[in-house]
Design a binder for this molecule. Structure first.
Ligand SMILES: CC(C)(COP(=O)(O)OP(=O)(O)OC[C@H]1O[C@@H](n2cnc3c(N)ncnc32)[C@H](O)[C@@H]1OP(=O)(O)O)[C@@H](O)C(=O)NCCC(=O)NCCS
Length: 169
């Protein structure tokens, strides 16, 4: 199994189906444009046996978070609006769901963001859940919902680093 940057010449995006039309269409129609315009980066999980077949993917972009959106005890630690990393989309092919691949993708995304944060400071990771199932998936890892937007969740980078350290032990 490997996770690499999406390449439309190498990866078969047409056969990807996670059961959510919007997430399927993002991979098929939008991710390439976003890549070209430096709006987001998409990473795909494939198997060694069939490297063109996409088992799952995620995309990372940036997002502005205003302090009034955050819980007061977190907001008071920051001087003004903050720029965060956004895991905007994540999906696993419907034939492979509930086999741990979503967890592998999420950990990989967090590791990638932590690595990038040594060059560009990133105070927080934001995820946008599409539904209650996805919210539960993210909250299992310690992501916490925004007070006024249950499906938008956050994790400080310090928390993400601690979570990974704990997972590795
Ligand atoms: C949400 C999604 C990415 C999770 O990927 P996955 O490979 O199925 O998840 P995992 O097998 O790694 O699950 C890890 C844990 O997350 C939780 N979880 C995952 N899917 C869940 C669901 N549908 N309902 C409730 N909890 C869920 C469970 O605690 C699960 O552990 P368990 O299987 O031991 O109970 C995947 O199911 C998916 O692509 N769904 C459709 C598209 C979608 O909604 N994407 C989210 C976009 S925001």
């Amino acid at each position: 199994m490997k996770i690499t940057q999406f390449d439309k010449n190498e990866h078969d995006r047409k056969s990807f189906d996670c059961g959510n039309t919007e997430l399927n269409n993002y991979l098929k129609c939008i991710s390439g444009q976003h890549e070209k315009k430096d709006i987001s980066r998409t990473y795909v999980l494939t198997s060694e046996l069939n490297p063109s077949h996409i088992k799952g993917y995620y995309s990372i972009a940036v997002a502005q978070v205003s302090l009034c959106e955050l819980p007061t005890e977190i907001a008071k630690k920051y001087p003004s609006e903050i720029t965060c990393s956004l895991i905007g989309r994540m999906a696993v092919n419907h034939t492979c769901q509930r086999q741990g691949l979503g967890s592998i993708l999420l950990i990989d995304a967090i590791k990638r963001i932590i690595q990038a944060s040594s060059a560009i400071p990133i105070p927080m990771i934001i995820v946008q859940a599409k539904n209650e199932d996805a919210r539960r998936f993210y909250s299992e890892f310690g992501f916490v919902s925004f007070p006024d937007n249950y499906l938008k969740l956050m994790m400080t980078l310090a928390h993400a680093k601690a979570m990974l350290k704990e997972a590795e032990h």
